[in-house]
Design a binder for this molecule. Structure first.
Ligand code: SF4
Ligand code: SF4
Length: 202
């Protein structure tokens, strides 16, 4: 075949020496490498019987948080979907009706909200982009499932239950707490009923 560049080299096939033809030196040096590995610390563990400790800020399954009165914090602004490099997030919005203040914190809320866990790369960009502190990654692992459809998580899985709220205490590192004290980032705080700003309570 005609070469496209002149970088190719013709490599001469070298004749093997008598020692090389015996293969014994090559076998011996291979065995030395094998024996060396017997005495080295093993980098592998017997998962799942053994589990390595996870970092406190491990990025696992997402949660859609509720506010201090149990209303959904997400206002379906779409910033998380825009920030998502994997285009894993989709949602539709709806307008809150009178009497639904206890269900949805803002006048607009996510009627549907889905994350495709097969697309997600757990980068955390959705969490960073959210102006309402509505979405967080947690230390929970995504389950093993059998069909692709099951990996599309909807609100029924993502929104935390009122009975068992998901604690984010471990993720509130000193740096995160310090960040929240800056008044210019006031959108990271919640409003109480009297419309007074107070610290976030998740
Ligand atoms: S963690 Fe990253 S990839 Fe996953 S949904 Fe959020 S932004 Fe998208
Ligand atoms: S989770 Fe946050 S960024 Fe995403 S739509 Fe809801 S409020 Fe907006």
């Amino acid at each position: 075949m005609q070469a496209l560049t002149n970088r190719s080299k013709v490599v001469a096939k070298k004749e093997m020496t008598f020692i090389e033809k015996l293969y014994l030196p090559a076998i011996f040096s291979g065995m030395i490498i094998t024996f060396k590995h017997f005495f080295r610390r093993k980098p592998t563990i017997k998962y799942p019987e053994q589990i390595r400790p996870f970092s406190g800020v491990y990025r696992g399954q997402h949660v859609l948080k509720r506010d201090e009165i149990g209303a959904e914090r997400c206002t379906a602004c779409g910033l998380c979907a825009v920030a998502c490099p994997a285009e894993a997030i989709t949602m539709t919005s709806a307008e809150r009706k009178p009497g639904e203040e206890g269900l949805y914190r803002e006048e607009k809320y996510a009627a549907t909200y889905e994350i495709n866990m097969l697309r997600c790369i757990f980068c955390g960009d959705c969490e960073d982009a959210c102006p309402k502190e509505a979405i967080f990654l947690t230390d929970r692992k995504v389950d093993s499932l059998y069909t692709r459809k099951e990996f599309v998580y909807g609100k029924n899985i993502l929104v935390e239950s009122k009975e068992n709220p998901i604690s984010l205490v471990k993720r509130q590192t000193p740096q995160v707490k310090e960040f929240k004290h800056h008044v210019e980032f006031a959108h990271n705080q919640t409003y109480d009923k009297q419309k007074k700003v107070k610290n976030s309570s998740h």
